[in-house]
Design a protein around this ligand. Structure first.
Ligand code: RIB
Length: 290
């Protein structure tokens, strides 16, 4: 069982031949409105990988988002509609599938302490994994309460803030970062990963795969040789898939391989959340490619 206190965004995705320089205006080839946000991307990856999850999130009074969540079969029990705008992202995707993203938090910063505490209390017998990212308010508070209740905490240090990550780390069991975030963490703290004393650290390395630091060991996972269409949400897909398969009782090696297959498929499709493959699609891919 997994609980994700996470962001939900409207991704406005502009396809461009190349990124504009400072002060430059360019024309986009297309514009699409797609469900995204690191939180909900991870939730959908968990769900499609076959694990049980509840998403706790806030959006504006926004029918489009609720329709999208229904299409993705997300349980809406803990999705709250509040005053203000739904969180959103402006995303440029270039011809190489790389992206540049600017987010506006909007309703993702409407989490309230009492509400989070009450939700956590409801799950105190199951002791689920709690997933958090740096796109909502109260991540630190939720992590502290979750640990008090004996839950395990997974934290994505994105968007990166050294202040936030350093405060939350003592409560984290699985820290997830990309390579840039890991370098920033090491530079700003002058420490090595081992010094942080986190049970598991997952570092995604894009086309070079991923590494899992666990009990003084490094487990390496190679990536599949795929030409990307859009890499937005690949890290979220990897993390959600990994934690889901691990929570279902698979070994870390097997969960890493599944996650790598899921991310490989996800980057061949446009957009973040809807591009995440199902369990069967990943298994078919792995059968052919491993
Ligand atoms: O990780 C990708 C996500 O980052 C996008 O879906 C966007 O909404 C931002 O949160």
């Amino acid at each position: 069982m997994i609980l994700n206190f996470g962001s939900i965004n409207i991704d406005n995705v502009y396809q461009v031949s190349r990124f504009p320089g400072a002060g430059e205006t360019i024309s986009a080839k297309s514009l699409e409105k797609i469900l995204g946000g690191k939180g909900i991307n991870q939730t959908i990856a968990v769900q499609r990988a076959g694990a049980a999850i509840f998403h706790v999130g806030h959006v504006g009074k926004d029918e489009w988002i609720f329709d999208q969540l229904s299409k993705m079969e997300v349980d809406k029990k803990f999705i709250y509609s509040c005053a203000g705008v739904t969180g959103h992202a402006i995303i440029y995707v270039d011809d190489l599938g790389e992206n540049k993203i600017v987010i506006h938090a909007g309703a993702n910063e409407q989490f309230k302490s009492k509400q989070c505490d009450e939700i956590l209390e409801q799950f105190k017998l199951e002791k689920p994994w709690v997933i958090l990212q740096n796109e909502i308010n109260l991540s630190l508070e939720v992590a502290i309460k979750a640990k008090e209740l004996g839950f395990k905490v997974c934290y994505s240090a994105a968007p990166f803030s050294s202040e936030c990550v350093n405060k939350i780390l003592p409560y984290v069991d699985l820290l997830a970062m990309n390579e840039t975030e890991m370098k920033e963490l090491q530079n700003t703290s002058s420490k090595n990963l081992a010094d942080f004393n986190v049970a598991m650290t997952l570092v995604t390395l894009g086309s070079r795969g991923a590494e899992l630091y666990i009990q003084g060991e490094v487990i390496k996972q190679t990536s599949f040789d795929i030409k990307p269409v859009d890499t937005t949400g690949a890290g979220d897909t990897f993390l959600g898939s990994f934690i889901a398969r691990y929570d279902c009782g698979e070994s870390v090696q097997s969960a890493l391989q599944y996650a790598s297959g899921a991310a490989a498929i996800q980057i061949t499709r446009m957009g973040a959340a809807p591009a995440i493959p199902t369990y069967n699609q990943v298994q078919e891919f792995l059968n052919v490619n491993t």
